[in-house]
Design a protein around this ligand. Structure first.
Ligand code: GAR
Length: 190
C-alpha cells in the first residue's frame, strides 16, 4: 500500500476526489492533509472523510521543523499539491526529490507563475480570447509552475464562458485525470 499526502490551501475538492478514489482501491491511501490556511474548507472535508490534517503557518513551513518532521513520520511515496499556493522550500524538495507533483488549471507554460491560481487563471485565458484551455500536471521545483510537465488534457473555451463556467469544465478534467495520473506514477515506482 503506497502512501500519499496532499497539500491544499482552499476548497479541497481535488483532495476529496483523490481520497475517495483511493478508498475504493488497495493500491494507495491518503494518510494526511497538510494545510496552511485555518479557514480552508479542505479542513472540514478532512474531518468528514476522517483523514488526519496538519495545519501549519508560514514560520512552520519555511523556518521550522514541524512540517518536515510530520513528513518524515508519514513517509509519503508521493506529495500531491492540490490548490496549494506557497512555493515548496528547498529542504522538502530535496528530501522528496522528484516525488512532489502539482496540478495547474491551464495549459502550462501559459498562464502560470506567482499569483496565477484559481479564477485569476481562467480570467486571463478569457481575456486573451483563447479557444482552448486545460489542465497540466507537473513535477514541482523551486519555481512556480515550472517543473517537468507530466500530463496535459485540453477542453474548449466556449463563447459566453465566465471564469466560473470555465472553472467547472476544468474541474471535471482535474477530477478525472489527477487520481489516474497519481495512480500511474505510484505504479511506475514499483
Ligand atoms: C484547482 O483548479 C487547481 O488546479 C488550482 O486550484 C484549484 C483548487 O481547487 N490550482 C492552482 O491554481 C495552482 N496554481 P480545489 O481546492 O477545489 O481542489
Amino acid at each position: 500500500m503506497k502512501r500519499i499526502v496532499i497539500f491544499a490551501s482552499g476548497n479541497g475538492s481535488n483532495a476529496q476526489r483523490i481520497i475517495e478514489y483511493f478508498r475504493g482501491r488497495n493500491s494507495a491511501r491518503v494518510v494526511r492533509i497538510y494545510c496552511n490556511n485555518r479557514e480552508a474548507y479542505v479542513l472540514k472535508r478532512a474531518v468528514q472523510l476522517k483523514v488526519p490534517a496538519l495545519l501549519f503557518d508560514r514560520n512552520d513551513f519555511f523556518h521550522g521543523s514541524r512540517v518536515m518532521n510530520q513528513l518524515k513520520q508519514d513517509m509519503p511515496h508521493l506529495i500531491i499539491l492540490a490548490g496549494f499556493l506557497w512555493l515548496i522550500p528547498e529542504s522538502i524538495l530535496s528530501a522528496f526529490s522528484g516525488r512532489i507533483i502539482n496540478i495547474h488549471p491551464a495549459l502550462l507554460p501559459g498562464y502560470g507563475g506567482k499569483g496565477m491560481y484559481g479564477n485569476r487563471v481562467h480570467q486571463a485565458v478569457l481575456d486573451a480570447g483563447d479557444t482552448e484551455s486545460g489542465i497540466t500536471i507537473h513535477r514541482v521545483n523551486e519555481q512556480y509552475d515550472a517543473g517537468e510537465i507530466l500530463f496535459q488534457a485540453k477542453c474548449a473555451v466556449e463563447p459566453g464562458d465566465t471564469p466560473e463556467t470555465l472553472a467547472a469544465r476544468i474541474h471535471r478534467l482535474e477530477y478525472k485525470y489527477y487520481p489516474e495520473i497519481v495512480e500511474r506514477m505510484l505504479d511506475e515506482m514499483g
